[in-house]
Write a new protein. Structure first.
Length: 111
């Protein structure tokens, strides 16, 4: 049976996967200027907040499978804020949530 932390981490991984799809679509568009809307990857399963990032900013978050982008003020119980921007935070998962993040990383080839 999954713990509350693991369930929250699985939720975050779902939003990360959705954001990966958003980025793929964005890459295929040739006439898009400005920031791209991505889903907040906080641990609230009801969150539908949108955060806007440049593709380079998004890639910086995705550079490590344990980092996630969240809206300011959103829950991140098992994560440490590693970067703070005006419109979003980058958090790094710890403990069991980190393990789930690493196991479900869509870029690792295993997730």
């Amino acid at each position: 049976m999954a713990t509350s932390i693991e369930r929250k981490a699985q939720n975050e991984a779902i939003f990360r996967d959705a954001n990966e799809e958003i980025e793929l679509v964005r890459d295929q568009l040739t006439e898009v200027d400005g920031k791209t809307p991505f889903f907040c990857e906080c641990d609230d399963p009801t969150c539908r907040e949108i955060v806007r990032l440049d593709i380079d900013e998004y890639e910086a978050v995705r550079a490590h499978p344990a980092t996630f982008v969240i809206a300011p003020g959103h829950p991140h119980e098992v994560a440490e804020v590693v970067l703070q921007h005006e419109t979003y935070l980058v958090v790094e998962k710890r403990g069991a949530a980190r393990e789930v993040a690493l196991e479900t990383d869509p870029r690792s080839g295993d997730g």
